[in-house]
Design a protein around this ligand. Sequence first.
Ligand SMILES: CC(C)(COP(=O)(O)OP(=O)(O)OC[C@H]1O[C@@H](n2cnc3c(N)ncnc32)[C@H](O)[C@@H]1OP(=O)(O)O)[C@@H](O)C(=O)NCCC(=O)NCCS
Length: 182
Amino acid sequence: MPSGRMAGRVQPTIPTSGVLLRPWRQSDRSAVLAGYAEPDIQRWHCRSMTDGEAREWIDSWDDRWHHETGAGWAIVDGSEVVGQINLRWFDFHEGRTEVSYWVLPAARGRRVASRALSALTSWSFTVLGLHRVELEHSTKNPASCRVAQRAGFAAEGTKRDEVRHTDGWHDMHLHARLDTDA
Ligand SMILES: CC(C)(COP(=O)(O)OP(=O)(O)OC[C@H]1O[C@@H](n2cnc3c(N)ncnc32)[C@H](O)[C@@H]1OP(=O)(O)O)[C@@H](O)C(=O)NCCC(=O)NCCS
């Protein structure tokens, strides 16, 4: 049952320091394809994508927004898509969600992900009224751990053999930020 916090509303653009989060457009397809063709993104997000799948993936975010099952944004620098960030699911009863992101190689090294993460987390608290935003990354992905720390996501522990990648099982670090955190 939709909460009405998203259904019936237009998905907003969210400004951050320097970059913008905006809803996906079909014209972003080449950036999505470039992302899911990049080895590190493929490795940590465990998927590749055809042109048709990229089209469906972009369309799915509008559907998911209106059904309140997820929400995804392109991270845009000027007119260029440099990455993506999304809320993978919602539990409005408990006030929880989980975030996922990637940044294209040419845009890395400028803390794009932590800036996008901070802005989306604040928006989740103030606009969606959520209480807790979670984030998980493989213990073999230290860059994502730094992104989480810089955006104020406290480390809460290690989940053993939580996710299976092509090279076997990975332990996952769990991080979270609460609306009551400083
Ligand atoms: C993780 C990712 C989103 C970070 O992109 P970014 O915002 O450009 O991040 P930056 O390159 O600015 O680095 C962020 C921090 O990680 C650190 N870092 C980067 N690469 C690192 C590495 N290989 N080992 C350790 N630390 C690293 C940087 O020094 C920086 O730390 P600081 O903020 O303390 O200075 C990007 O590397 C990516 O898309 N990777 C592939 C997909 C992925 O890992 N997604 C997340 C899955 S959980």
